[in-house]
Each structure stands twice: as structure tokens, then as C-alpha cells.
Design a protein around this ligand. Structure first.
Ligand SMILES: [Zn+2]
Length: 357
């Protein structure tokens, strides 16, 4: 993960979160556990030099307890750090002592006047919420317990605050082609959007505007044995061409990861297809099920045509579709492009992607 060198990161809840969120990471198209629940300090230097300001540690009279997930960012601005800390899990407190917590939160508490909630992902008995400030310069991620065994509801399992990178030159552009979601039913966007807190790919130019899609039922992506690919609602579902085009790359011979949770970092995309569209735009669909791809290089495909089945090949932590559009056929060398969908549809993490042809 490229950003680790910049951040002092304290992972609070890594093992369970790896089961909760699917992602692709690193300079390769990858997928692995995600430190969404980590407590992050943007730099050690910042911590060293910004601890002298006075900090209110007494909860204000107007605050509720426990703090509702919708109100956490407001409470951070108000400086109710002690109350927030008291709502964190024991594991969090063990990883992040109060002194550290106070120093870090107060170091971030200077300039931001308001945060806006931009996404909410309910999954596997947690709620993950993301806020960004008005200038899109700083963001907060928090993960709360939601009917999670052994945790009172609204327990804060993880918290991360950090400054955000922006790429305005591409953030505000769009593909010329209007793409359709590469699916036949409703899928959930587990990573997608134009900042690193809602879209893990965003830090990497060749995947910046990619989407990871899963299928959920009652807030879970699987039923039964979590180690088996067949337990996942996404596994085996049809994946369709997102627009008319020509097949320019197919890999189809890579085994699905078994048990779920193991990953193949040597062949990060797993089984995948690249389609050349008009306007020199290329879509990539990755992590297909072993031997499920039904098209060959040179084939012409129509929008909505089934090209294979969702799988768990490559650097994938559970069955999901990775979908991106880029400026050339070689994904590793490409520049990722924000995808234009019909009707100004612009899904981000936690939202549903609907098939719309
Ligand atoms: Zn991905």
C-alpha cells in the first residue's frame, strides 16, 4: 500500500474488517483487507508540532450519548473528544491510548468548520460512514457496530481522519462514451467515488475511478461458510459488456482463490477482459470466475452482452467485479477515467448500482 510510508497508521480492527470490505489495492490491481478502521495520523511531524492548543475534554451539555453515527463529525468539531473516546471499543483503546487520540484529534481540529456526510455503507453488522469538509481537503471515516455480537450498538470500532489528495484535472472529467453498469441485477458499490476514503483505488492513477461491486442481501455479501466462493451472492453472476466494443484482451485460466481470503498477488487482475470502445476508451472487468469468460480477442460485443461470470481470481479478497475505464488497453500503464453513466448517475461507496440499458 503506497501510502503507508507517509502515514503512521495504527490498525485497530484489521482482521474483522478484512472480511467486511472488498478492495483492490497497491500499485497492482489488487484486493485485500482494508485498514478502513485504522486510526491515521497524516504525519508524525504534524503530531509533534501541533499539540499545544487547548482542547476541551469535557462533553458539552448539548451532546447525546452514545453519539449517533450521523453526528460524529459534528462532535469532533465541537471537541467532545473524551466522549468520543469513551464510545470506542476496547480493542481500539488498546491500540490507541487516550493521549495519542487527544493529540491527533486536536491537531486536526483547527480549520474545518463543517463536514458533510458523503457515504454510508452498512455491511456485516457495521456502519461505515465518510465525511469530507467543504473544500474536499479533509475527510473522516468511522466504523460503528450495528447489531454486532459482543459490541453495544454505535460502538466506534475504527476512526480515521486525514487530509485528502485531489486530482481536479481528471476528477471533473468524464468519458465520452456513456457506459452501462456491467451487471444484470442490482449490485452494491463497495468502493467507488472521487476520493480515497470512499474509493480505495483513488490513490493509484491507473485505477483511480474504478468500482468494486458486490451483491448483498440483508447487509451481507454471503450466506453460510464465509470461506467458500459459492457462499457469496456475487459468485457466478453474469458480467456484461458496459458498451459496444471489441475485445482486445482476455485472461481466463487463473484459479479462483480458495479459501476466500487468500489472494493471488502475482496475477492481481485474475481473469479479466479489456474492451476497446469508441473515443479511445477501454473498459476493464476483472476477477472473473475461472474459465467463465465467453468471448475471445477480436470478438465484437454489444452493450449488455454477457461476457463471463463474477469470480474470485487474482488479488481479490472475496468474489466481486472490478470495473474501470481507461485510456489504453494495458491497464498497468493506463490512466483511469471517471465513468459517465446515463442520467448523470454517479454512484459512490454504499450506493446501489442498477442495471440500466
Ligand atoms: Zn477493484
Amino acid at each position: 500500500m503506497g501510502t503507508l510510508s507517509k502515514w503512521l497508521r495504527i490498525t485497530v480492527y484489521g482482521s474483522l474488517m478484512s472480511l467486511i470490505l472488498t478492495s483492490c489495492n497497491t500499485d497492482h490491481l489488487a484486493s485485500s483487507s482494508v485498514a478502513t478502521s485504522s486510526f491515521t495520523i497524516q504525519s508524525g511531524e504534524r503530531l509533534m508540532h501541533k499539540t499545544s492548543k487547548s482542547v476541551r475534554v469535557t462533553p458539552s451539555d448539548t451532546s447525546e450519548y452514545p453519539i449517533h453515527p450521523d453526528h460524529l463529525a459534528d462532535e469532533i468539531i465541537k471537541g467532545n473528544y473524551e466522549q468520543i473516546y469513551s464510545q470506542t471499543s476496547q480493542a481500539f483503546k488498546q491500540e490507541v491510548p487516550w493521549d495519542t487520540f487527544l493529540k491527533v484529534l486536536s491537531s486536526f481540529g483547527d480549520s474545518v468548520k463543517g463536514y458533510q456526510a458523503i457515504s454510508e455503507l452498512k455491511q456485516d453488522h457495521t456502519i461505515r460512514k465518510v465525511w469530507i469538509d467543504e473544500q474536499h481537503r479533509r475527510g473522516i471515516v468511522a466504523v460503528f457496530a450495528n447489531q454486532l455480537p459482543d459490541y453495544p450498538d454505535q460502538t466506534i470500532l475504527g476512526l480515521r481522519i486525514n487530509d485528502l489528495e485531489q486530482y481536479p484535472a481528471t476528477d471533473h472529467s468524464q468519458t465520452q462514451t456513456i457506459f452501462s453498469p456491467p451487471i444484470q441485477q442490482n449490485w452494491q458499490v463497495v468502493w467507488g467515488g472521487s476520493n480515497a476514503l470512499v474509493n480505495y483505488h483513488y490513490e493509484y492513477p491507473n485505477q483511480r475511478y474504478a468500482y468494486d461491486l458486490i451483491v448483498t442481501q440483508n447487509g451481507s455479501s454471503y450466506r453460510g461458510n464465509a470461506k467458500k466462493n459459492q457462499s457469496y451472492f456475487a459468485f457466478g453472476r453474469p458480467v456484461t459488456a458496459p458498451a459496444d466494443g471489441k475485445i482486445v484482451k482476455v485472461v481466463n485460466d487463473i484459479a479462483d482463490n480458495q479459501p476466500v481470503g487468500t489472494t493471488n498477488e502475482q496475477q492481481p487482475a485474475g481473469n479479466y477482459v479489456v474492451i476497446q470502445h469508441a473515443n479511445r476508451e477501454y473498459s476493464m472487468l476483472a476477477h472473473f470466475r475461472h474459465n467463465s469468460i465467453q468471448v475471445q480477442v477480436g470478438d465484437t460485443v454489444k452493450r449488455g452482452q454477457v461476457i463471463g461470470q463474477c469470480g474470485n481470481s487474482g488479488n481479490s479478497s472475496e468474489p466481486h467485479i472490478h470495473f474501470q475505464v481507461m485510456d489504453q488497453a494495458n491497464w498497468a500503464e493506463s490512466t483511469s477515467l471517471p465513468v459517465q453513466f446515463a442520467n448523470h448517475f454517479s454512484p459512490i461507496q454504499g450506493e446501489t448500482m442498477y442495471p440500466s440499458l
